[in-house]
Design a protein around this ligand. Structure first.
Ligand code: ADP
Ligand code: F6P
Length: 322
């Protein structure tokens, strides 16, 4: 039978992502509208274990929808990966009267949510990561802002690359996934895109493509390199030595995680946050909110974590032609 939740906690965990604030705001305001008491848990699971918990009102989440980062702050917490840490977390929830938790984060954070659910605390996950690497959903909070930030930066690198007739390797984030790299590769019209899912580590082929392009009169050669392939600086040195063309590496880094969220991130994060609260209020647990085939939906966390996701093969194919 569905368990009625009275007090809902919300936390952000893992890497931050633009739009997390919009999601927290929606969680809190929808919860209050549904008659629930809302609690903010600071610094992810680490803050839960340290009891960094306070009540959130509608005013607590005012003026945050346009701000990057997460006002609840976030953390990675080793202790919570242990059964003892999870047990302690569930006991702290009970001590504070928290019978439902909304976890905004990535796959790792959902594994934590799964454990809390098994220990009797109703949990709902909301996909928050710039990497777009959560298999059950076509949208994750922060991806849209991050790819737009990276795209604008790469346009700028391209300007100077053209002026100096250089080759540029631009490394983008994504951990083990190449979604940011592929989207930027298409959006920036990159000459080459190196993805962990498809790169064959054939550097000679890369060198040949740079030399061919130069012969055809191209004044720049932009290579988007995914973090999962990495080693951009040493790659630039080898390419310069092999082609005789000046080559620079730019690692965009954490700038991709910051900044004011795009309209899409604000609206989708708000929708997912509100949905997560509604699911808890319906007595659901161990679910994750997702977006698939043009609609918001939800999945069992166990099923969601068992799914796998690759790179869109058609986008990969066209990225090579365009
Ligand atoms: P993300 O949520 O973005 O994938 P991480 O993989 O770093 O980021 O996970 C965030 C946090 O989730 C970890 O620091 C840890 O506290 C918790 N977590 C990760 N894996 C597990 C697990 N197997 N069991 C319980 N908690 C976990
Ligand atoms: O998951 C988001 C992400 O930015 C990845 O793209 C990257 O690999 C990782 O987090 C970086 O983590 P940190 O901020 O701990 O260096």
């Amino acid at each position: 039978m569905a368990k009625e939740v009275k007090t809902i906690g919300v936390l952000t965990s893992g890497g931050d992502a633009p739009g997390m604030n919009a999601a927290i705001r929606a969680v809190v305001r929808k919860g209050i509208a549904n008659g629930k008491k809302m609690m903010g848990i600071h610094r992810g699971y680490a803050g839960l274990l340290n009891e960094e918990i306070d009540e959130l009102t509608s005013r607590s989440v005012a003026d945050i929808i346009g701000k990057g980062g997460t006002f609840l702050q976030t953390a990675r917490c080793l202790e919570f990966t242990t059964p003892e840490g999870q047990q302690k977390g569930a006991e702290i929830c009970r001590k504070h009267g928290i019978d439902g938790i909304i976890v905004i984060g990535g796959d790792g954070s959902f594994k934590g949510a799964q454990k809390l659910a098994a220990l009797g605390i109703n949990t709902i996950g909301v996909p928050g990561t710039i990497d777009l690497d959560i298999a059950c959903t076509e949208y994750t909070i922060g991806f849209d802002t991050a790819v737009n930030t990276a795209m604008e930066a790469i346009d700028k690198v391209r300007d100077t690359s053209t002026s100096h007739e250089r080759c540029s390797i631009v490394e983008v984030m994504g951990r083990g996934a190449g979604h940011i790299a592929l989207w930027c590769g298409i959006a920036n019209g990159a000459e080459d895109i190196l993805l962990p899912e498809s790169y064959g580590y054939d550097e000679q082929q890369l060198v040949n493509s740079i030399i061919e392009n130069r012969k055809r009169g191209k004044t720049h050669h932009i290579i988007i390199n995914a973090e999962g392939v990495g080693h951009s600086t040493s790659m630039a040195k080898r390419i310069e030595a092999a082609t005789g063309i000046e080559t620079r590496a730019t690692i965009l880094g954490h700038m991709q995680r910051g900044g004011s969220p795009t309209c899409m991130d604000r609206v989708y994060a708000s929708t997912m946050g509100a949905m997560a609260t509604d699911l808890l209020c319906q007595g659901k647990s161990n679910r994750v909110v997702a977006y698939q085939h043009g609609a918001f939906c939800d999945f069992d966390i166990d099923e969601a974590l068992a799914m796998s996701k690759g790179i869109d093969p058609y986008q990969l194919e066209i990225s090579k032609i365009l």
